[in-house]
Design a binder for this molecule. Structure first.
Ligand SMILES: [Zn+2]
Length: 285
């Protein structure tokens, strides 16, 4: 037990100390609240009242594993792609991860999100295969269009995997197939936040349609899969794109029989509205 020889002196010092502490607190808290606006729930300052924009740090990091022989070109293609910057920017304001989420390129397995290591894995081979499929697609006429379609698919795939990570991070309830929910997460972000996001969504939908062409017949494995069928994923993206702007995409269902076309046109605007509101509810502003 401590003994204070001069109790009065202690009391005076004690009150002075208390007063100083309260004053400092008021002074500091004034500056904290006057200086910055905070994103509620994230604590990331979005601006200040003196006109200086405070840029939040990206919450996604990239790692490139050494490419095998024959994969060097695709490794460079990914590394130089604007897709990486787009994802980084979204991780500053739309999906904010703490601790940050790592994206590993060149893994053996994937594309996948590994919840144990909190990382996303994209094999180089996946991008090579996607590029090969687009190479043979009608409508891809030159190298630039081929690169664009490959990049678009990469962006959609990354957003899909980030969707899995985000659902876990925010403990978002899953009321249906998670795979469908994160396909929607990717498309909604493209349509709301990304320049030419509609085109990107349609290019990535095309990859599902191209994959579907490889299938001669379905077996049980296709129906028990956690993923919807490729063609269902394709039409789901088209439905969201159409629903986001019906007058702009009047021809989007032209390949369907008239009755199905009509049904989609009636259904998709409401479907887009519901899915859009659902995801915007969970995405940071
Ligand atoms: Zn998935």
């Amino acid at each position: 037990m401590y003994n204070y020889p001069n109790t009065e002196g202690y009391k005076t010092r004690h009150y002075l100390y208390l007063l100083t502490t309260i004053m400092s607190f008021l002074f500091l808290s004034h500056f904290t609240y006057a200086g910055t606006t905070k994103n509620i729930g994230t604590n990331i300052p979005v601006d200040d009242h003196y006109g200086l924009a405070l840029e939040p740090a990206p919450t996604i990091t990239y790692r490139f594993l050494p490419p095998a022989i024959g994969q060097q070109q695709i490794e460079q293609f990914i590394e130089q792609s604007p897709v990486l910057e787009t994802i980084k920017q979204l991780s500053q304001r739309r999906f904010i991860f703490s601790p940050s989420l790592q994206i590993v390129f060149g893994s053996e397995d994937g594309p996948l999100f590994d919840p144990v290591t909190n990382s996303i894995h994209i094999p180089y081979q996946f991008v090579i295969e996607a590029r090969k499929r687009f190479k043979n697609k009608a409508g891809i006429n030159n190298q630039r269009e081929l690169n664009q379609a490959t990049e678009d698919t990469l962006l959609h795939t990354l957003l899909h995997e980030i969707g899995h990570a985000y659902i876990l991070d925010r403990a978002i309830p899953i009321l249906g197939k998670e795979e469908d929910s994160v396909d929607n997460f990717a498309t909604i972000l493209l349509l709301n936040d990304i320049a030419r996001g509609d085109e990107i969504a349609m290019n990535s939908a095309d990859l599902f349609a191209l994959e579907d062409l490889d299938i001669d017949s379905f077996d049980d494995a296709d129906f028990v899969s956690e993923h919807s069928l490729d063609l269902q994923r394709y039409y789901n993206i088209l439905c969201l794109v159409y629903g986001s702007n019906p007058s702009r995409y009047q021809r989007i269902f032209d390949e369907l029989p008239v009755s199905d076309r009509q049904q989609q046109k009636e259904r998709c605007p409401e479907y887009f509205s519901v899915i859009n509101q659902g995801w915007l509810h969970y995405l940071a502003e």
